[in-house]
Design a protein around this ligand. Sequence first.
Ligand code: PMP
Length: 395
Amino acid sequence: MDILHERLSKFTLPDEVRKQGLYPYFREIEGKQGTEVEMDGHHVIMLGSNAYTGLTGDERVIEAGVEAMRRYGSGCAGSRFLNGTLDLHVELEKELAKFLGKDETLCFSTGFTVNSGVIPALLGPHDYVICDDRDHASIVDGRRLSMAKQLRYKHNDMADLERKLQKCEANSVKLIIVDGVFSMEGDLCDLPKIIELKKKYGATVMVDEAHGIGVFGRQGRGVCDHFGLTDEVDLIMGTFSKSLASIGGFIAADSTIIDYLRHTARTYIFSASNTPAATASALEALRILQREPERLEALWEVTNYALKRFREEGFEIGDTESPIIPLYVRDLEKTFAATAMAFEAGVFINPVVPPACHPTDTLVRIALMANHTHEQVDRAVAALVGVFRQLEIIK
Ligand code: PMP
């Protein structure tokens, strides 16, 4: 056995969990991603999707994708930089920029490649990148890929952020990057304070709106809009893989930043452009989001109901303020057991274990969609109360 194989043979956690019959990953869905799905032969309530607006199965979104595929074909066979730009990509970029209140946007093939491409493109070895320690993995990888000096502050701890800013030379580039809504815990970044510190220390701010778009702000414009701070935030990142019912990602900023990124972001230039179908579906979802404010209202109505129900039943749900509801377990084995037992009881939830969280913070993550009903929430809460009591996670 070579040295690499020898090392990999010690990676036994998946097998251990499989042997216990608790393996929760790669379950196969046999249809559209709705509020209830057929999965691995079970009928389950879907509480593990990021489709907050509930648009992934919407006929108009599907039809827009089908039509674009017929008109433009199945792929673009090249990068945006060269032969891969369609008028459709540009149309989506223009509508997004207008929606978000920024000069321009650039669309990438996934949200992950936005963060992993934009951060290294902007920063050099004399610069600083400053992140919240719960930022998404794609920000972590973007930070690592950059040549910049790397600083991390304790989650949402603004005094710690200020200490980190004080470490940087006054005339250096300092890019602060935060999740608008933290993807596992569902809490928001303290954007007003971050902007105050940005001004005090001459920093630049980038907000990841992956879980903010379609959820917060006017017509779902995101957390920056929710706080009325869009103009103060320099770069807004987002994805089409959640509320916009497709796949792809974007960065929005002023024309100076965007034109620089257009010619320097390696994940934009050296990767093929997004498919016509995905682009058209995202554009249609964006239009529906703006036309149908009732979706956002429904999402918040069912979110508030679920938050109230989980609190009433004694679940520990942390500081969430969003449709992402963490149910803390704080035990690795029980987290896998709760996920498997919930599945057997007809509820699909996602286990969150290291490296996605600290070992003492393991949880199961619930995410709501605009088209979930109170009846589905009640059914899920009843099933989860049973599971959590059996495992002695709650009383
Ligand atoms: N940022 C955050 C906060 C996310 O949660 C995700 C997806 N889980 C991404 C970026 C990456 O987006 P995508 O799925 O489009 O690659």
